[in-house]
Design a protein around this ligand. Structure first.
Ligand code: FAD
Ligand code: 2HG
Ligand code: ZN
Length: 464
């Protein structure tokens, strides 16, 4: 053990090989507090060559590596399980310059989303992915999780923004596809493969990222409706709006908790069962067409509209502050799922009833990205190790033809149930990819694949 640490201290400055428990602490517990482990060391390189040398040293010593960016991941994949080396990429934080003609920018893996958005905005452009962990979430982590966020319905998730990647593979070799070419059909799409690989196939050190035009106008509406079924009928009308960027859903109980936690006033003078945040952006003012579409239905109970930054931020705050509010209530069980939009209302009803049956007295808080059929099911109450609620909810998702991981990944939180929605053939192909790229299993061991298997929902039960 000390041999590896001594070797790591020859690769990066000794001050960036952390072993002191006080310094290591923030790197070994996840954002939710549900997942924590022990690390041999935390290493903080600042160049791709250092990353490659660290990987070679760990491979030689047979030490597992947990790549880490902002540690905002929500499925337990960014923290060690037992004695791995945490490889923090945060110091790879160079960004730019923006290539205006190509509309792309090079960013190091450790660049935060907020930094990237600021650089794009200075160039009168914009990075299309946005999420509320923007001040901490990094480019590398967002690629590794294929992060989604608020604007997926218009621009797609992280994978759709990535034109190029530089990554260190498990043998320490460097894969470099950084030309930023929009068209390049030369063999397998290894860039796409790394997106969503959760640190199990390679360590992203930099990326070439697509930028889009910055809209002149942006208008946000907070729309009250009677429930999920009404929200889905409104969504059907909203789809006719060309500049539609976001349709997010929250419910009265969650909004009430957010108000109490964040000290916000209630959004309307009376409570409504369900609220949507609807946002449009473009080169002309979308206020009129939004009002036409939103105003025309009997299902709309109240509307607030803002087009200036401060007003829009306020309308978003009742939605964006859900995650921190839930964390303040206890250690949550987080289930980030998609179901076909036609199934959403039924799923919402079933999920509330099922959680009450399986964990009486617990609190269920739902919200999400309605336009993507993506609900975040957060349950407070069951012990962190008691995963009966997790299993019950994920079985409901599978029964309705959904996905057990919409945008956060599988990590260790859901690996026992991956077989609910992936067939044995699918699992065998994924294992073959893992074995080819990381034959000794040193990259994020235990993530994605349940080596113990045999539990409910293991791959043998795949429903395809
Ligand atoms: P980390 O948490 O450090 O790591 C996440 C995963 O990526 C781990 O598997 C890790 O091993 C791997 N990884 C990290 N860096 C690298 C690298 N350089 N190379 C290879 N693997 C790497 N997610 C969404 O999709 N949509 C949202 O709307 C959203 N909102 C959020 C809001 C809050 C308040 C929080 C706390 C989280 C939210 N997330 C959301 C979850 C989270 O996935 C994203 O914040 C982000 O993608 C994680 O980036 P990170 O740098 O923090 O990665
Ligand atoms: C969101 O959309 C994030 O708010 C986090 O994806 C979801 O905390 C969660 O469950
Ligand atoms: Zn989300």
């Amino acid at each position: 053990l000390s041999g590896l640490i001594d070797e790591l201290r020859t690769v990066v400055e000794p001050a960036h090989v952390l072993t002191d428990p006080d310094l290591v602490g923030p790197y070994v517990t996840d954002w939710t507090g549900r997942w924590a482990g022990y690390a041999r060391a935390v290493v903080r390189p600042s160049t791709v060559d250092q990353v490659a040398a660290i990987v070679r040293a760990c491979a030689k010593a047979g030490a597992g590596i947990v790549p880490q960016g902002g540690n905002t991941g929500l499925v337990g994949a960014s923290v060690p399980r037992g004695g791995e080396v945490v490889l923090s990429l945060r110091r790879l934080a160079e960004v730019g310059p923006v290539d205006l003609a190509a509309a792309h920018v090079r960013a190091g893996a450790g660049v935060t989303l907020a930094q990237l958005q600021a650089v794009a905005s200075d160039a009168n452009l914009r990075f299309a992915v946005d999420l509320s962990a923007r001040d901490s979430a990094t480019v590398g982590g967002m690629i590794a999780t294929n992060a989604g966020g608020m604007h997926v319905l218009r621009y797609g998730s992280m994978r759709a923004q990535v034109l190029g990647v530089e990554a260190v593979l498990a043998d320490g070799s460097v894969l470099r596809r950084m030309d930023g070419l929009v068209k390049d059909n030369t063999g397998y799409d290894l860039i796409g493969l790394l997106c969503g690989s959760e640190g199990t196939l390679g360590i992203v050190t930099a990326a070439q990222l697509k930028l889009v035009a910055a809209p002149r106008f942006r208008v946000t509406s907070l729309v009250a409706v009677a429930g999920t079924a009404s929200a889905v009928s409104l969504l059907a009308r909203l789809r006719s709006l060309a500049p539609l960027e976001a349709v997010e859903i929250v419910f009265a109980d969650g909004v009430d908790l957010v108000c109490r936690h964040a000290g916000l006033p209630p959004p309307f003078s009376q409570p409504y069962p369900c609220l949507l945040v609807v946002e449009c952006a473009g080169s002309t003012d979308p206020t009129g067409e939004m009002a036409d579409v939103i105003g025309e239905g009997p299902d709309v109970l109240a509307v607030a509209v803002a087009s200036e930054r401060a007003g829009r931020d306020k309308l978003w705050s009742w939605r964006e502050r859900h995650t921190e509010t839930v964390n303040a209530l206890g250690i949550p069980h987080k289930l980030d799922v998609t179901v076909p939009i036609a199934e959403l209302a039924g799923f919402e009803r079933d999920v509330r009833a099922t959680v009450s049956d399986v964990a009486p007295g617990s609190k269920t808080i739902l919200w999400g990205h309605l336009g993507d059929g993506n609900l975040h099911v957060n349950v407070i109450g069951p012990d962190p190790d008691d995963d009966r609620v997790d299993e019950a909810v994920l079985r409901l998702v599978a029964a309705r033809g959904g996905s057990i991981s919409a945008e956060h990944g599988i990590g260790i939180a859901k690996r026992n149930w991956i077989g609910l929605t992936r067939s044995p053939a699918d699992m065998a192909a994924m294992r073959a990819v893992k074995a080819a790229l990381d034959p000794n299993g040193i990259l994020n061991p235990g993530v994605l694949f349940d080596e113990g298997a045999g539990r409910a929902g293991s791959e043998n039960e795949g429903s395809g």
